[in-house]
Design a protein around this ligand. Structure first.
Ligand code: FAD
Length: 349
């Protein structure tokens, strides 16, 4: 019997952690390396929401992927003995009458997004919320405690001798003792992927943790920006999206900008205390889909697993499964939607 393939996972953010668990549950040997550079996963709000609020549409494969995510994270919770997956409904405050009418129509049924939407009466809203055009609810939403997940996973592999503080890049090739490398470096993979004509973009984002003076209730309120209640009574507030900032730096103007936006959905406003302000770089692609799988005939051991963008929590477990299925030869290639060949500039097309 040939010995099972030993895989090197590079990166220990959300992607690296989920790929490690995918291999673990299959009984396949791996080692994980990380150089400790800043990770998007350390600052991610971790929200999952099956609805795209911009045009009131279901997210990509929302139902199937979110179900797979919930199942996988519950399984990991049992392994690690920590709580990670928190169900918290989202109240969407409508921006105008046209939006309110479209929500009402879609929540009535007959659309793929209908099953996720509830229409609300003013009396259904928490007293702190102001919504002149009304509001709706997405019940099947919440957040994953991403930093706790990645830290607890890292400790688990470290205690087994399967984690090392070590950098890697394509120039290092496939290190001795491994027969494949799974690249989960987030934006750390930008330069290497560019060699193959694959543009991985850095999407800069910031979040706050605040303590409001008033009671804001126990549901997330979204009016483009959002305030998410945390178990300790504080709220996470976010998010920003910028393409013109290439470092994970906190910008001085961001707290005022986010708080001004969030204040518009609250009946009373006394400036909250800002407890924390963090920034990160989301690894993103032009079409909001990841880059997965084998990238080059010249580097057959190399598999990409990045570009998870704004929705890493919801799509992550499915992406980790797909890349490991491709690695194991269970599927000939990853699905076209996430395959590098969809990039017009891909050098192997
Ligand atoms: C402000 C903000 C809010 C967000 N909110 C949400 C949200 O609500 N819901 C959601 O689903 N997603 C959210 N995201 C997106 C989410 O964070 C990402 O989809 C996800 O964390 C990406 O994980 P990753 O493992 O690919 O990358 P990262 O978390 O960036 O991890 C990359 C890893 O690679 C390591 N590394 C880098 N270079 C090297 C190297 N050369 N050698 C070795 N190791 C290396 C790093 O140290 C790190 O461990 C948010 C992101 C930000 C910034």
């Amino acid at each position: 019997m040939p010995s099972p393939r030993r895989t090197l996972i590079v990166g220990d953010g959300l992607a690296g952690a989920l790929v490690a668990w995918e291999l673990y549950f299959r009984g396949l040997p791996f080692e994980q390396w990380s150089d400790g550079s800043p990770a998007a996963s350390d600052v991610a709000a971790g929200m999952f929401n099956p609805v795209s609020f911009r045009r009131i549409l279901a997210q990509w494969n929302a139902k199937v992927q979110q179900e797979e995510a919930q199942k996988r994270f519950r399984q990991i919770e049992r392994e690690l003995g920590v709580e990670l997956w928190h169900r918290v409904p989202i109240i969407r405050v409508f921006p105008d009458e046209a939006y309110a009418a479209l929500w009402k129509e879609r929540s009535a049924g007959g659309h793929e997004v209908s099953e996720f939407l509830e229409s609300l009466e003013p009396a259904d809203l928490h007293k702190s919320i102001v919504a002149p055009f009304g509001a709706g609810r997405v019940r099947d939403a919440g957040w994953l405690d991403v930093p706790t997940f990645t830290q607890a996973s890292r400790e688990r592999w470290r205690s087994q001798g399967d984690w090392r503080c070590q950098g890697w890049s394509l120039a290092d090739g496939c290190p001795e003792g491994f027969d494949s490398v799974l690249d989960c470096r987030g934006v750390g993979a930008v330069d290497d992927l560019a060699h193959f004509g694959l543009e991985l973009r850095r999407n800069h984002g910031e979040v706050l943790r605040i303590q409001p003076a008033e009671d804001w209730g126990d549901e997330t309120v979204n009016n483009v920006c959002w305030a998410l209640p945390l178990p300790d009574g504080t709220y996470r507030v976010g998010s920003t999206y910028r393409w013109d900032v290439a470092e994970p730096t906190c910008l001085a103007e961001t707290p005022a900008h986010l708080l001004e936006r969030v204040s518009q959905a609250r009946a009373e406003w006394n400036s909250p205390e800002v407890l924390n302000h963090e920034a990160g770089l989301r690894p993103s692609c032009f079409d909001r889909r990841p880059i997965l799988g084998q990238v080059s005939q010249d580097h057959p051991y190399y598999y990409a697993c990045t570009g998870w963008g704004t929705r890493g929590v919801s799509i992550g477990p499915t992406m980790a499964r797909w890349v490991v299925e491709a690695l194991q030869g269970e599927i000939p290639a990853v699905p076209d939607e996430v395959h590098p060949k969809r990039f017009r500039t891909f050098t192997e097309n």
